[in-house]
Design a protein around this ligand. Structure first.
Ligand code: F6P
Length: 326
């Protein structure tokens, strides 16, 4: 094993429920195996600005149930420059940190990859994002909680949609990915999901209108993935108002409430397993890999594969949604 004595841990990019469970798991597994642990506040920025403190097991007590991240998070422009990364490297060395565990989404793992290659520094990543857009893992930490939040919101909006016989466009997060929209639509029994992955193939809105949304019902709920490709819920609603004035249309943008809240059991277990696996990976001399879960097994996914934007939506899920919305 590379001579690792002290592991630094940070969260970066958008917060996601389950990040705290991951911080706890990395900290405790590392201490269990004899490592020193240092918590780095505010992501990569905290390495540069020296916001680094030693973590003992008590530092991560009573956090497994908390949303957000106790380490705070940030998106750091300075870390994108070679000078910023040099400062970061010097500071890590000064603190005696020999390896890093980075919890974050594709932007954070891209930064990790560049840094790890530049300085030959061992880094293991954990997929922490509600978007579920990292290749090589069936689920990312936070995705399940966000999905449940979306489902609960739609259950509530459905009351109004049904009572007023309205057409609702509900915009959900996902950056450029439609996983939250597609699975959210199935979980909430919505009529359709408009997602970027197939926006270039068909005019999904025109198809819906032509099919009369849901023929047997007067109200409809359509999930829209935020993305320049789908145009977003507002633009779609405007289009319906102009082209099909017969519909009583409303828009709900769920926004950041999707990122908050106590993590589900699934996300806590996922984060705990992945956090422990990150320490195992470092002990096995793995570096430049993201921990993934595939068919309920821990896997190591090289950073370059995880962030290549090649996670595809399942046609089976699309078909299921389509068939169940008649
Ligand atoms: O990556 C997580 C995410 O919530 C995306 O779904 C969304 O596009 C983005 O972050 C929003 O970022 P911010 O919180 O910086 O507005």
């Amino acid at each position: 094993m590379a001579d690792i004595k002290c592991i630094g841990i940070l969260t970066s990019g958008g917060d996601a429920p389950g990040m705290n469970a991951a911080i706890r798991a990395v900290t405790r597994s590392a201490i269990f195996s004899g490592f020193k642990v240092k918590g780095i506040y505010r992501g990569y920025r905290g390495i540069i600005t020296d916001e680094i403190v030693e973590f003992k097991t008590q530092n991560v007590s009573n956090i497994i149930q908390m949303g957000g991240t106790i380490l705070k998070t940030a998106r750091c422009k300075e870390f994108m420059t070679p000078e910023g990364r040099q400062l970061a490297y010097d500071n890590l060395k000064r603190h005696g940190i020999d390896a890093l565990v980075v919890i974050g989404g594709d932007g954070s793992l891209t930064g990790a990859r560049i840094f790890a290659n530049e300085f030959d520094f061992p880094i293991v990543g954990l997929p922490g994002t509600i978007d579920n857009d990292l290749f090589g893992t069936d689920s990312t930490i936070g995705y399940d909680t966000a999905l449940n939040t979306i489902m609960e919101c739609i259950d509530k909006i459905r009351d109004t949609a049904t009572s007023h016989e309205r057409l609702f466009f509900i915009e959900v997060m996902g950056r450029d990915a439609g996983f939250l929209a597609l699975n959210g639509a199935i979980a909430a029994g919505a009529e359709a999901a408009i997602i970027p992955e197939i926006s270039t193939e068909v005019d999904q809105l025109a198809e819906l209108i032509q099919n009369g949304f849901r023929k047997s019902k007067n109200s409809s709920i359509v999930l829209v993935a935020e993305s320049p490709v789908t145009g977003g819920a507002m633009a779609l609603a405007e289009r319906v108002k102009n082209e099909y004035p017969g519909y009583d249309v409303r828009v709900s943008i769920l926004g950041h409430l999707q990122r908050g809240g106590s993590p589900t059991a699934f996300d806590r277990i996922l984060a705990s397993r992945m956090g422990a696996a990150a320490v195992d990976a470092l002990m096995e001399d793995q570096r430049n890999v993201m921990i993934g879960l595939s068919n309920d097994e821990i896997v190591y996914v090289p950073f370059f594969k995880a962030i290549r934007n090649e996670k595809h939506v399942s046609r089976e899920l699309l078909n299921t949604l389509h068939r169940l919305s008649i």
